[in-house]
Design a protein around this ligand. Structure first.
Ligand SMILES: Nc1ncnc2c1ncn2[C@@H]1O[C@H](COP(=O)(O)OP(=O)(O)OP(=O)(O)O)[C@@H](O)[C@H]1O
Ligand SMILES: [Mg+2]
Length: 300
């Protein structure tokens, strides 16, 4: 099956300033594909080039089989888009915005159902300018999905949303995907990326620094895991013989093991085999945030 998005050596300048140097990735049908990266890394520029909103200076792009540089207006009828910087006329009513956006794209369910899904029913007749920041943000995401597009771009969709609204939005994004759509999601929220995304591209300094599943990124860049427990048993030297264990340290009753891969499972099995079942056995692994900081050079 051809990829839904193919980006090959995308390069984009604003005047002399290189905003995207050399970005390549592909997104498969049905994926939630995340793009992470520091401020100014080139994420928004990349997704805007993919949507035909900006013209790439070099590189090959194919989005749903269209070339965004030359077929932008065709392409935009088939995609949903929530932009990082969005605005509507203050006086436009919520229902008018949905009606307008649904008339611009092809296919999909009637916009009334979207209103309900996104918790905007009671704001149906409210003017855009009277909505709270979070309600405006929710409306923008609703507008992006109004016609159940095959491909949806969401650029910082949950910025400004309260914790409950974020969870609701995550569920709705999963629903969009379960309905067969593909989602490209730019975010600064590591929890959002980790729970929602099938794969993540980390863009750093205008290039792709890594692409993998969230678990794969943690495995590759997360370094060692630390397993700890307490015991009265003096001799736990048998743990050093486990392949996944790199070191065993002891301070009083507390044992700390550094290791990699399935070190927790192997240590647990070793302990049980030696008649030990500590209640406080636990593991500390790198989080996606640690990995992000490592990849983007925020931590040495
Ligand atoms: N219209 C523009 N004219 C000139 N420079 C721009 C323009 N838009 C963006 N840039 C610059 O291009 C670089 C990449 O911007 P971009 O908006 O793609 O970053 P981003 O990764 O989306 O960042 P953020 O996380 O802050 O949204 C930045 O240095 C920015 O200042
Ligand atoms: Mg951005």
């Amino acid at each position: 099956m051809p990829s839904v998005v193919e980006v090959d050596h995308l390069h984009k300048r604003y005047g002399d300033f290189v905003a995207v140097d050399d970005v390549s990735f592909s997104v498969e049908q049905g994926e939630i594909f995340g793009i992470l990266g520091p401020n100014g890394a080139g994420k928004t520029t990349t997704v805007e080039c993919l949507q035909g909103l900006r013209k790439a200076d070099a590189g090959d792009l194919a989005v749903l089989g269209f070339d965004p540089r030359h077929q932008a207006s065709h392409l935009r009828r088939h995609i949903g888009s929530q932009l990082q910087e969005s605005a509507l006329p203050d006086r436009m009513k919520v229902w008018e915005a949905l009606d307008l956006f649904s008339s611009l794209a092809v296919g999909g369910a009637p916009w009334e159902s979207v209103l309900e899904q996104w918790g905007l029913t009671e704001k149906r007749d409210a003017q855009f300018g009277s909505l709270s920041g979070g309600q405006q943000q929710r409306l923008f995401v609703a507008l992006a999905v109004v016609n159940s597009p095959r491909l949806v771009f969401l650029d910082e969709m949950t910025t400004g949303l309260d914790p409950l609204s974020r969870r609701v939005t995550w569920d709705l994004v999963r629903q969009i995907r379960d309905g067969g759509s593909t989602v490209v999601l730019v975010t600064h929220f590591m929890d959002e990326a980790e729970t929602l995304c099938d794969r993540i591209a980390v863009i750093n300094d205008r290039r792709v620094a890594a692409i993998d599943t969230p678990a794969g990124l943690i495995e590759r860049f997360g370094g060692q895991a630390e397993v700890t427990f307490t015991t009265d048993r003096d001799d736990v030297s048998f743990l050093s013989a486990i392949d996944e264990v790199d070191s065993v340290d002891r301070e009083g009753r507390r044992v700390s093991i550094m290791g990699s891969g399935p070190v927790l499972a192997k240590v647990a099995a070793g302990l049980v085999a030696h008649g030990l079942a500590p209640l406080d056995l636990s593991v500390k692994r790198s989080t996606l945030e640690d990995v992000f900081l490592t990849i983007t050079g925020g931590e040495t």
